[in-house]
Design a protein around this ligand. Structure first.
Ligand code: DC
Length: 232
C-alpha cells in the first residue's frame, strides 16, 4: 500500500504541532512530533548532569539511547513517559544546543524515517521537508509573527501550567531559539524549495488545518482523497 507523508516545518511556537495533530486525525495518519524527540534527548543530558553544548557529552549518551513515540504522540525515554516533563523550562532552554550536534540529528533522523516507512505520517519539525522526508507528498513551511507565536505559547503555558515565564520572556526565548535553529551548521531551519509557505499569524487552528487538508487534497487528487477520507 502506498504511504503518504505531510512534512510541516517552521520556527518555534508557530502552531505546527496542533495543526499537524488535527491533520493527522482527519486523515487517520500517524502524527510524529520530532521536536519532542530532541527534547527527550535534552532531558536525558540534563538528568545525567551533562553539558548540552558539548558534542563529546552528547555522543556519550547516544549508543544506548531509547526514544519512542506512541500513536498519541506521547514520548518515552527508556520506557518512561516524559511527554509533560520535556515541555518544562530547563529543557526548552537547552534543546537548541543539544539538537545541534550532527550525530544526535543522524540518530533522530534514522528513527523518524523508520516511523514514516511503514505508515502514512504527518511529521512536524525543522528539517522534515529538507532532510528527513525529502520526498514527502506535501511540504508546508509554517510561519507566524514573533508576537503571535509568543502569545500562543504564553496562553498554552498558562493553560497547561508548564511555565511561569512572562510574555516578554517567552518572546525573547523564541527569538533566541529561532536564531540558533536557523544558523546552526547541521540541518538549519529553512524552507524546502518545494514547500508551500503558510503564514498562520491570523488563522485559527481550524482554518490552519483546513488549509493544509485542501493543499493535500490538491496534491493527491480526487480519487486518493476519496479513498483516504470516505466521508467527504
Ligand atoms: O518544536 P519544538 O519547539 O518542540 O522543538 C524543540 C527544539 O528541537 C527546537 O529548538 C528545534 C529542535 N528541532 C530540530 O532541530 N529539528 C526538528 N526536526 C525538530 C525540532
Amino acid at each position: 500500500m502506498e504511504h503518504y507523508a505531510i512534512a510541516i516545518d517552521g520556527p518555534a511556537a508557530s502552531g505546527k504541532s496542533t495543526a499537524a495533530k488535527g491533520v493527522a486525525k482527519a486523515l487517520s495518519f500517524l502524527y510524529v512530533d520530532t521536536g519532542a524527540m530532541y527534547r527527550a534527548f535534552t532531558l536525558l543530558m540534563l538528568e545525567k548532569g551533562k553539558d548540552c553544548a558539548s558534542r563529546e557529552d552528547a555522543l556519550s549518551l547516544l549508543p544506548s539511547l531509547e526514544i519512542e513515540e506512541d500513536e498519541k504522540g506521547r514520548i518515552y525515554l527508556f520506557g518512561k513517559d516524559v511527554s509533560s516533563r520535556v515541555r518544562e523550562d530547563d529543557v526548552s532552554k537547552n534543546v537548541s544546543l543539544a539538537c545541534a550536534h550532527k550525530e544526535v540529528r543522524e540518530k533522530m533522523v534514522e528513527i523518524q524515517r523508520k516511523m514514516a516507512s511503514t505508515r502514512s505520517v504527518v511529521m512536524d519539525g525543522r528539517d522534515i521537508g529538507t532532510v528527513v522526508l525529502p520526498n514527502a507528498t506535501l511540504k508546508i513551511y509554517q510561519v507566524a509573527s514573533v508576537e503571535a507565536r509568543a502569545k500562543r505559547r504564553y496562553e498554552e503555558n498558562l493553560q497547561k501550567g508548564f511555565s511561569k515565564e512572562s510574555l516578554e520572556e517567552i518572546k525573547q526565548d523564541i527569538e533566541q531559539r529561532d536564531k540558533i535553529d536557523s544558523t546552526r551548521a547541521n540541518s538549519p531551519l529553512k524552507q524546502a524549495e518545494d514547500a508551500i509557505l503558510l503564514d498562520t499569524s491570523d488563522l485559527t487552528i481550524e482554518e490552519e488545518i483546513h488549509e493544509i487538508l485542501v493543499l493535500f487534497h490538491k496534491k493527491v487528487g480526487e480519487e486518493t482523497w476519496k479513498h483516504l477520507v470516505p466521508s467527504h
